[in-house]
Design a protein. Structure first.
Length: 690
């Protein structure tokens, strides 16, 4: 049996709002896990939050709304292509089925400030301070329109039924929880993660209210006297003291000392939670899940018996704390910033998998310039950890979104993928058809001469000195002039005769390359026509020693096509680590990494030997220039290199060292989270059979 909720609180709130006495402003925060940032960035965030709390004149409230995750919405791309439509439909059905069988939850965080005196100008100044602090630590945010916050009517308890154990509302039941005890230890940024990531639907509010210094001193002194009296009483009775009293006394003394030295500002902290449920048992179960999660982090929450309606109102942007809260200092309150979970749900992005801890689908739009400095992507993992599978899944997702991929395939792994997705697959080798003329790797033969010089240098083992390179350059110029006079396109072998005496080493290598079976590849007119947007060129049939040269030639050829026809597409280079031993290839990779964005394209690199890439300055530029990086399992030494290169935290480095097959650390701009690559059966059948 319940009783109708009293109306006085709601009526008072409605009255003050109607009279204009209360002004409210809110900011929606990007779902970002600040604890995943570099340690220096975490410290800067805590310091900035502490300074903000020292400067704020009004209460600051963080409202957290946690709900069950829903499948990502359709990207809106017109998928006229049958294969793209099938891939997209399979992925959407797979994610919907996954979320239906294993519920996942996601949170939205809003920062709210308000003034009771109705001073709109002062409120805007305080709002600007909050926005400046958030953006200063890299948190994207936007001001929420006033009507989106709701109004006093949302807190109107008409129809609410207050019970001892819950409150009945339209559409279900809510069970209120309030702060009972804070952890009796020093905590850092993100200590609220356990409770905020609880597997339940709830609304929560963290109230941070500035307190007058004199009033805070009096409250601390009263607390000290009370705790000291408790300790003396226990000693007088010959009993062992309560550990909670000892911890509380130590904390109160430390707070008094910091306040006395004016190092911090006193802040009243209140945490209110309203657990959701269809009925009272469901709401109580959700509340117990939240309490258990809070206890795991050292936080104790208690049921708000007969005050569940007040707790529910306290979680609203217009609500007040349900209790007096706890007195803390601004440095401790700064760690209560509830940004502890990264959410990647970019509209129209690539569905890469699910969050390893949250189970929420991970959707990243690599072409979104508001989140990423470029569209370049890297996949790094040792053999057996799912690098090729993940790279193939990325190509299929791009195809489902109508984005093409031009792939240099050194191991012949993408043939089935190309055939299944309607792409074009070409093979280069002694017994395979296909030739690439180096003078087609640029808009004109004259512009292709530097490319030809680099190609000859790679064929010679990247040992040509400046003098030999100059002689090769002169011979190539002569070959271009002679071919133009004859009315034909020059070939690589046209310069052999001119190099016989000036650069015999280069001439000897070219004579071998341009003759016999290899001549059909390097010394013949181009007969490869990449007709579609999805194509791969296999180098598996080439002798291993010629793979770097062929890669250089193909990459230059693709780069010319990208510049000639600017649009969204991926240039995919697998096993790129082994290519970085050749300076011309390193220079080309740096050029692609830095300039692809200008033409709307994306460079995608992958390797199982990341040390080969990070060993050189150019390779490090390629690796760290990628705005989106997937780091799979690696050995400890390699993980240490990546820790320095990508600014990983200790926890992230340990994850990379022990990541099982198919799990990656995703770095997407400022966002960092652990993901599990997850694809539907249609995609898996294509990728696993490769």
């Amino acid at each position: 049996m319940g009783i109708p909720c009293g109306l006085s609180g709601a009526h008072a709130l409605r009255r003050t709002a109607a009279e204009g006495a209360v002004t409210v402003a809110a900011i929606a925060l990007e779902p970002l896990d600040l604890t995943a940032l570099e340690p220096a960035a975490q410290a800067a965030c805590t310091d900035s939050m502490g300074r903000l709390l020292c400067a704020l004149e009004v209460p600051l409230q963080f409202v957290v709304r946690r709900r069950r995750a829903s499948p990502p919405s359709s990207s809106g791309v017109d998928r006229a292509d049958r294969v793209a439509a099938e891939l997209d439909a399979a992925m959407r059905a797979h994610q919907a089925q996954m979320l239906a069988s294993l519920p996942a939850f996601r949170s939205e965080v809003t920062a709210v400030i308000r003034r009771a005196d109705g001073d709109q100008g002062a409120l805007q100044r305080q709002l600007g301070m909050v926005i400046e602090m958030l953006r200063g630590v890299g948190v994207r945010c936007q001001v929420v329109p006033g009507d989106a916050l709701g109004g006093p009517a949302d807190l109107d308890p008409v129809g609410w039924v207050e019970r001892v154990r819950a409150v009945g509302v339209a559409g279900g039941t809510r069970c209120g929880l309030e702060l009972e005890r804070l952890p009796g230890r020093s905590v850092g940024l993100g200590w609220l993660h356990t409770v905020l990531a609880a597997a339940a639907e709830f609304d929560a509010a963290i109230h941070l209210i500035p307190v007058d210094a004199a009033a805070a001193h009096r409250a601390v002194e009263r607390r000290l006297r009370s705790l000291t009296a408790d300790r003396l009483l226990e000693l007088d009775r010959g009993r062992i003291g309560d550990p909670a009293v000892d911890v509380g006394l130590e904390a109160a003394e430390a707070l008094r000392d910091r306040l006395a030295r004016n190092e911090v500002r006193p802040v009243r902290l209140s945490i209110v939670v309203a657990a959701h449920g269809r009925d009272q048992p469901a709401a109580r179960h959700a509340a117990e899940v939240i309490r258990a999660a809070a206890a795991a982090g050292g936080l104790r929450l208690r049921h708000a018996h007969l005050r569940h309606a007040a707790a529910l109102r306290g979680t609203h942007p217009l609500g007040e704390p349900v209790d007096a809260g706890k007195l803390v200092d601004s440095a401790a309150a700064a760690t209560c910033l509830p940004l502890t979970e990264t959410l990647c749900d970019d509209p129209g992005g690539y569905r890469l998998g699910v969050g390893r801890r949250s189970g929420v689908p991970v959707v990243v739009d690599v072409f979104d310039s508001s989140k990423h400095s470029n569209a370049n992507t890297a996949v790094f993992a040792t053999s057996g950890h799912g690098k090729s599978f993940t790279l193939g899944a990325l190509v299929l997702e791009a195809a489902a979104h109508g984005v093409g991929s031009l792939i240099v395939d050194p191991e012949g792994e993408y043939q089935r993928l190309m055939h299944a997705s309607g792409g074009q697959y070409l093979r280069l080798g002694r017994r395979a058809a296909g030739a690439l003329n180096v003078f087609d790797a640029a808009p004109t033969a004259e512009e292709a001469i530097p490319v030809a010089v680099d190609l000859i240098n790679v064929l010679c083992g990247s040992v040509l000195g400046e003098v030999e390179r100059a002689r090769v350059d002169a011979a190539l110029h002569g070959a271009v002039v002679s071919a133009a006079a004859a009315g034909r396109m020059p070939l690589l072998g046209d310069c052999v005769a001119a190099l016989e005496h000036k650069a015999p080493r280069a001439a000897t290598v070219l004579r071998r390359v341009c003759g016999g079976a290899l001549g059909s590849i390097f010394n013949a007119p181009s007969d490869i026509d990449l007709e579609g947007e999805l194509c791969a060129i296999s180098l598996r049939d080439l002798p291993h020693e010629f793979v770097p040269a062929a890669t250089l030639l193909i990459a230059q050829w693709l780069w010319t096509r990208v510049r000639r026809e600017p649009r969204r597409r991926h240039i995919v280079l697998d096993e790129v680590g082994a290519l970085c031993v050749h300076p011309p290839l390193r220079d080309l990779l740096v050029q692609l990494a830095r300039r692809c964005r200008k033409y709307g394209a994306s460079l995608v690199v992958a390797t199982q030997n990341v040390e080969d890439l990070l060993r050189s300055e150019e390779g490090s530029v390629v690796a760290t220039n990628c705005a989106t990086v997937l780091l799979g399992g690696h050995r400890a030494a390699e993980a240490a290199h990546m820790e320095r290169a990508f600014g990983l935290t200790e926890a992230q480095r340990r994850f990379v060292e022990h990541a099982p097959r198919g799990e990656f650390l995703l770095l997407a701009g400022r966002r960092r989270c652990e993901i599990r690559v997850d694809v539907p059966d249609l995609h898996r059948a294509i990728l696993v059979a490769q």
